[in-house]
Write a protein that binds this ligand. Structure first.
Ligand SMILES: Nc1nc2c(c(=O)[nH]1)N[C@H]1C(S)=C(S)[C@@H](COP(=O)(O)O)O[C@H]1N2
Ligand SMILES: [Mo]
Length: 199
């Protein structure tokens, strides 16, 4: 007879866990920024989507604020191994922002005030999976966490959630962003532990 103890599977998460492999839970909210925090006033803020034909769609702050917003509650997973459960955001779904954009592109390159970039397949921005968020936990999004507005794409590692988001370029060909060029995984699925190139 074999007695299987609770510890038998070591650190493997239990079925149904919210913690992807190799991650630990934190209750704080660490700030990770590759450079200084840009200060972008809401009245000069602009966000644009540019399609592969060069057609540009632009929203200023009042245009963004006029769109229907959602309040997603999501878990965050950072490649440096912390995860934070149940974060509450407010923002506009990319489904809304991309609704009138005609495109046959398959890839998106996201860029930020300050110069940061990150890339992902366009389909990862659609179908309720991504938002441009401007509120966190019932407050305006703080500058260190990407305010006035950031991308939130919580099913991928958090480096894909570009802070101080400024624009999205829709492209026929994929091009690596800042961390992707520096050796991070091109896609970054935390459940497959796609941290670095080759994972
Ligand atoms: N513009 C910009 N966005 C960014 C970053 C950055 O350096 N610049 N860092 C990324 C990384 S590596 C992480 S883990 C998260 C951190 O978000 P937080 O500081 O709100 O925790 O933002 C991501 N978005
Ligand atoms: Mo990160």
């Amino acid at each position: 007879m074999t007695i299987i103890s609770r510890g038998f599977h070591g650190r493997r998460p239990a079925p149904g866990t919210k913690l992807p492999p190799g991650q630990y839970e934190t209750t704080g909210f660490p700030v990770l920024s590759a450079g200084p925090t840009p200060r972008v006033p809401r009245d000069t803020w602009e966000f644009s989507v540019t399609s592969e034909t060069g057609k540009r769609h632009t929203w200023d702050w009042s245009a963004l604020a006029a769109l229907p917003s959602e309040t997603p509650t999501v878990d965050l997973h950072c490649v440096t191994k912390w995860s934070k459960f149940g974060t509450r955001w407010q923002g506009v779904s990319l489904d809304v922002l991309l609704a009138d954009v005609e495109t046959a592109a398959e890839y998106a390159l996201v860029s930020s005030y300050g110069g940061y970039t990150t890339n992902l397949p366009l389909e990862d921005l659609l179908d309720g999976k991504a938002w441009i968020v401007h509120g966190y936990d019932g407050q305006e999004l703080a500058p260190e966490h990407g305010g006035p507005a950031r991308l939130l794409v919580p099913h991928l590692y958090l480096w894909k959630s570009a802070k101080w988001v400024r624009g999205i370029e829709l492209r026929e060909e994929d091009v690596p962003g800042f961390w992707e060029s520096a050796g991070y995984h091109n896609y970054g699925d935390p459940w497959k532990e796609q941290r670095y190139r080759g994972d």
